[in-house]
Design a protein around this ligand. Structure first.
Ligand code: UDP
Length: 485
């Protein structure tokens, strides 16, 4: 069938044997046989994945990590993304905030305090015509390319409106929620009601953990597939011994050069050192030896970046000499992200002299592999990773940090609660807005480095057991086998 023009993401095949040295022969054999069973049941039918975008956020990261292993195991797999018009993106972002139980920004104010309320049912309903019109257009494009007997996996709220169209086309339709349960479910109810017009038409529903899907969808025919990280992706691959991630960050101008960092270190990646990634930032370079506290996230209100800045500036003891990095993708062409970035800038500027220890960092996404390697190096160079989100579907950044042996301090929301065992593999705050607790947790890890390292080591073990790609590939293959019957 023809490609969905300009929206299909090329996929390569990966072999499970590549991760055998990490997960062992038995696990690889089990996953292989699960994937083979799915491919036999599918009997030549293609599995299409449709998601919002190919680069930004956890869904893109997850599909990049998982799909090549399914393809490599014999499941005919294709992935297309929406290149949605701005008004659709604006509306689906509001829907996202509502699903998370977080307030959308008040129009014209550059944003209201998040978490104080959400769009009312009537506000959300006003977007239905636009949403259905755009979904109908996409459905027409997709049905021209997708065979009738395909299995189609639609990811998140942006694609829910495609369900009835693809079902009518004859496809087996699976809808997968990557969003988490809202802290206050009553705030998310209007958004779930909005989606309720489409979701029941899907054959099966998938969530990252129990308690996400509204009860009518959570029964038989629903599945739990926890996300995972790919240990071989540029985001997570380990550096050879002796390779210092600081080297790349020095080349990119993020970290000051220091004579001490140079001898005995090698190029993190020749390619990257020849073409250093341009890092756009607010705040001068980080001193070479400073402990780094880092949050990696999209510029999104749900990630409460202003809260991270305030918590750090107001509650972390300056005597540790730590610097805070807020790292996200470049905001070019993304008006909403740009708005959040500007708010963060204002919060930083208002800190007075303390702002010198706070750095806003935009890493360009033009070359996804370079981008991912840069994030990898930043995570490895960090002393502590934080994820102080107000809501979270899963929070891949938590597993990414833990896999690199870094301790994580995070808000007890969404899938983060599954990932972190408090006090053993990381530290959970009492709530997402607990700024003094956030500062205290940071002080404790900056003070007691051996405790921090122990959390990191345990965190890596936990990721190895539960959150590497092979686990979710096996789970997902099981869903495909069930759906293909
Ligand atoms: N990420 C990235 N570059 C950035 C910011 C985030 O590659 O500048 C990645 C991050 O490493 C993770 C994903 O985007 O893989 C975010 O996934 P998560 O589940 O934490 O949150 P989401 O963005 O889906 O809400």
């Amino acid at each position: 069938s023809p490609a969905v023009a300009a929206h299909e993401v090329p996929l390569s095949a990966a072999s499970l044997s590549w991760i055998e040295h990490l997960v062992g022969t038995e696990r690889v054999a089990q996953v292989r046989s699960g994937v083979r069973a799915a491919s036999e049941r599918l009997d030549g039918r293609t599995v299409w994945h449709i998601s919002d975008n190919p680069v930004r956020g956890g869904v893109a990261e997850l599909l990049r990590g998982n799909l090549p292993y399914l393809a490599g195991g014999g499941v005919l797999t294709r992935w297309a993304t929406l290149d949605a018009p701005p008004e659709f993106r604006q509306f689906t972002k509001e829907l996202y905030y509502a699903l998370c139980g977080v307030a959308p920004p008040a129009p014209g104010t550059g944003g209201s305090a998040p978490g104080t309320g959400t769009g009312t049912g009537a506000d959300i309903e006003r977007g239905r015509r636009l949403y259905e019109r755009v979904c109908k257009e996409y459905a027409a494009r997709l049905t021209a390319a997708v065979d009738r007997n395909s299995v189609v996996v639609l990811h998140d709220h942006q694609t829910a409106g495609l369900i009835p169209h693809l079902r009518e086309h004859g496809c087996t339709v699976l809808w997968r929620a990557h969003i988490g349960a809202a802290l206050r479910p009553e705030l998310a109810a209007p958004a779930w009601e909005f989606l309720g017009r489409y979701l029941p038409s899907a054959h099966r529903h998938i969530a990252s953990y129990a308690g996400v899907l509204p009860s009518p969808l959570a029964g038989a025919g629903s599945h739990i597939v926890p996300p995972s990280i790919d240990p071989l992706s540029p985001k997570n691959l380990s550096l050879q011994p002796g390779i210092d991630p600081s080297r790349l960050l020095v080349a990119a101008g993020l970290v000051q050069d220091s004579a001490a960092a140079v001898p005995g270190t090698h190029a993190f990646s020749d390619l990257l050192l020849r073409h250093p990634v341009l890092i756009v930032r607010d705040g001068g370079p980080v001193p070479a030896q400073a402990p780094l506290v880092t949050q990696v996230s999209r510029w999104d209100r749900v990630k409460d970046i202003p809260g991270v800045i305030r918590g750090f500036a107001e509650h972390v003891d300056p005597a540790f000499g730590a610097h805070l990095l807020l790292v996200g993708p470049n905001t070019t062409g993304d008006r909403q992200a740009q708005q959040v970035f500007e708010e963060c800038r204002e919060v930083r500027s208002a800190l007075g002299s303390r702002r010198d220890r706070v750095h806003l960092v935009q890493v360009p996404t033009d070359n996804p592999a370079e981008h991912a390697l840069t994030i990898n190096a930043i995570q490895r160079r960090s002393t502590v990773l934080v994820q102080k989100s107000l809501a979270e579907g899963f929070g891949l950044t938590v597993s990414e940090a833990a896999w690199k042996g870094r301790p994580v301090i995070a808000a007890p929301v969404g899938g983060i609660r599954q990932q972190i065992e408090h006090g053993t593999t990381g530290l959970l705050l009492s709530g997402p807005r607990d700024l003094p607790g956030f500062g205290q947790a940071l002080n404790s890890l900056l003070e007691d480095r051996s405790y921090a390292e122990e959390l990191g080591r345990n965190g890596r073990e936990r990721v190895l057991r539960h959150y590497l790609t092979d686990s979710s590939v096996l789970n997902f293959a099981g869903v495909l086998s069930a759906a293909a019957q």
